[in-house]
Design a protein. Structure first.
Length: 292
């Protein structure tokens, strides 16, 4: 596991991917710090990272994480070197974990540099160090969760470009999800229709993971049947269901409380759970490939 981790980390650091990720992340967070904190005379770094929703610095993850994760497994599959990974005397989860921790380590470098920003701002005013460093921790964990999602998407395709485009599209959806929630009708019928579409989407994901059309169709049909049964039995459960789920699933929006000086333990647990879930899904995706 250590050898794979070192190989992946060396590839990121000696290539352009790691440098571009770190440089762009530091450039954008530096700009936000200069605009929000230095120019405005407001020495609170947490606002630059997590405040003002669309104008917050966490939007930079939408752009840099797809670049960081796109090659992780897709390139192995394209070059057929993934067969060598299956031949290693290691459990598959350790191989996936090594790749994931290498990406997280690359992400940790710029986040470590950001820890200097509150110290710099402390020369110009009173800084709430606990709030700022708590926000940096949450910012890093948000990036770690997004890396896990990007890793999973990379495991579904052999093309880096496709992996990057799908990851970018999904991140944009997650970022603007709080804006979509009020637009969706809160009626039971609207939520029911959304659940049917979700069942079809899950079936498509199963097909991408297993390449088994029969199993994928069965999964989609079972989920759709369950949705229909619930709607027939108690339609009120669907009332306002989708908007509530969208607000609860908004990864980026959970960083907002940190801009007010609050440490949201629920957000930390949510980010860690998301990372574990998608790393596990990546392992399952690669396990299916082993037996194909």
């Amino acid at each position: 596991m250590k050898a794979i981790y070192q190989r992946e980390l060396r590839a990121y650091l000696t290539g352009m991917t790691g440098a571009i990720t770190a440089a762009f992340l530091l450039l954008m967070t530096g700009i936000y710090t200069a605009v929000y904190c230095l120019r405005s005379g407001y020495p609170t770094f947490s606002v630059a990272l997590a405040g003002n929703f669309i104008l917050s610095a966490n939007f930079v993850y939408v752009l840099v994480i797809p670049v960081l994760t796109m090659r992780s497994i897709a390139e192995e599959k394209r070059q057929k070197t993934d067969q060598l990974l299956y031949a290693l005397p290691l459990p598959l989860w350790k191989i996936v974990a090594a790749k994931y921790f290498a990406m997280v380590t690359v992400l940790a470098f710029p986040c470590g540099v950001m820890c200097l920003y509150p110290l710099i701002l402390g020369r110009f005013g009173n800084v709430n160090y606990a709030a700022d460093y708590g926000t940096i921790l949450a910012f890093f964990l948000l990036g770690a969760a997004l890396c896990a999602i990007g890793l999973f998407i990379s495991s579904l395709t052999e093309s880096q470009v496709i992996a990057a485009v799908i990851t970018l599209g999904l991140f944009l959806l997650l970022f603007f999800m709080p804006l979509f929630a009020p637009v969706i009708p809160d009626s039971a019928a609207a939520s029911f229709a959304c659940f049917l579409l979700l069942a079809i989407l899950i079936g498509g994901i199963f097909y991408a993971m297993t390449k088994n059309a029969g199993v994928s169709v069965c999964v989609a049909v079972i989920l759709m049947a369950a949705a229909v049964l619930v709607y027939v039995a108690k339609a009120d459960l669907y009332t306002n269901a989708v908007p509530s789920i969208l607000r609860a699933a908004a990864l980026f929006d959970r960083l907002s409380p940190f801009s007010s000086g609050l440490f949201d333990l629920g957000a930390v647990v949510y980010y860690l759970s998301t990372a574990v879930l998608f790393v596990w899904l990546t392992v399952q995706s690669m396990e299916k490939k082993r037996w194909m």
